[in-house]
Design a binder for this molecule. Structure first.
Ligand code: GA4
Length: 335
């Protein structure tokens, strides 16, 4: 059963409830609900996920400790090109947000190298990250197996195998959005990267509108609001925060694999005027050299393939050559 979250009234006075899916429910019902939520919103919250609270709080505390450091210390882990510490710059093409972040590859060797620049206790930090990544990966795989079953794909592991591969290209990100007062001033030290007096273009934008390029994203945030998602008809709805649960987002590649039956969810983060928000994302992606194309089950004479085959490396290259909010999937559409 989908448990509706409190109804939210949007500007256009449409009432919308973000799907909440109880992972402890009976499997046949569960897979139907997961498919329905992926189709209707590309987004849902999961409860009864079984992830120990301690695994979330350990990495949450490590993140908070890192962002509390002086800028000069944090800069030892920068620049984020793409991995490391970033402040306001998002990606290589001039996108900006009111946030700072740590972006890491989930490969254990890469994590242990990066951690040396992030903290004086790299073992503690990397253990916290690796434990969190481990549970996030399991959760993603479980959801992808439910998706495969729900779509009647012959091999229920065909999607989760993309993520389990040792060469997988999944990423982990911690975003830190300081609270911003109504004049657009931050409560933090942005030193030379700080907003200029005439920098009033997007004072309340923490992270601009976009979809995630990967297969699936697992998001956790503290109990501070800021995340908004766009419905298929273009309405922006705020997502009530819930630090006990996880939010799941369909990424571009799952849109391709399902031949457009699921659509990647466009989302953004706005800054909060009172509290500082922290979120953590696990972006589940296949190995770079894997070919992506709609699953055979999703292609029929009535529903011919919408996308040309491409590798994940090719898709990433396209994503990094464009702006954050651009529709990169259009480049791979069959004409
Ligand atoms: C959006 C999802 C993830 O945060 C991310 C982002 C990446 C980055 O910050 O380096 C990108 C963005 C994201 C999509 C378009 C490109 C790449 C910034 C950007 C402008 C880590 C990812 O994989 O794609």
């Amino acid at each position: 059963m989908v448990v509706p979250s409190p109804m939210i009234r949007t500007k256009k006075t449409k009432a919308v409830g973000i799907p909440v899916i109880d992972l402890s429910m009976e499997r046949s019902e569960l897979r139907e609900q997961v498919v329905k939520a992926c189709e209707e919103y590309g987004f849902f919250k999961v409860v009864n996920h079984g992830v120990p609270r301690e695994v979330i709080s350990r990495i949450g505390e490590e993140g908070a400790q890192f962002f509390a450091k002086p800028t000069s210390e944090k800069r030892k882990a920068s620049p984020a090109t793409p991995f490391g510490y970033g402040c306001r710059n998002i990606g290589p093409n001039g996108d900006m947000g009111n946030l700072e972040y740590l972006l890491l590859h989930t490969n254990p060797v890469s994590i242990s190298e990066r951690c040396k620049t992030i903290t004086n206790d790299p073992t503690k930090f990397s253990c916290a990250v690796n434990d969190y990544i481990g549970v996030a990966k399991e959760l993603v795989c479980e959801i992808l197996e439910l998706v495969a079953e729900g779509l009647c794909v012959p091999n229920k592991f065909s999607l989760s195998n993309l993520i389990r591969d040792a060469e997988g290209d999944s990423l982990f990100r911690i975003n830190h959005y300081p609270h911003v007062n109504h004049k657009g001033n931050k409560n933090w030290d942005l030193s030379k990267d700080g907003p200029k007096d005439n920098d009033n273009n997007s004072n309340n934008i923490g992270f601009g509108e976009h979809s995630d390029p990967q297969i699936l994203t697992i998001l956790w945030s503290n109990n501070v609001s800021g995340l908004q998602i766009s419905t298929h008809d273009g309405l922006w709805i705020p997502v009530p925060p819930d630090s006990n649960e996880f939010f799941i987002m369909v990424g571009d590649i799952l849109q391709v694999l399902t031949n457009g039956r699921f659509r990647s969810v466009r989302h953004r983060a706005v800054t909060n005027t009172i509290n500082t928000r922290m979120s953590m994302m696990y972006f589940a992606a296949p190995p770079q050299n894997w070919w992506i194309a709609p699953m055979p089950k999703m292609v029929t004479p009535q529903n011919p393939s919408l996308y040309k085959p491409f590798t994940w490396a090719q898709y990433k290259q396209a994503a990094y050559s464009l702006r954050l909010g651009d529709s990169r999937l259009d480049l791979f559409k069959v004409q």
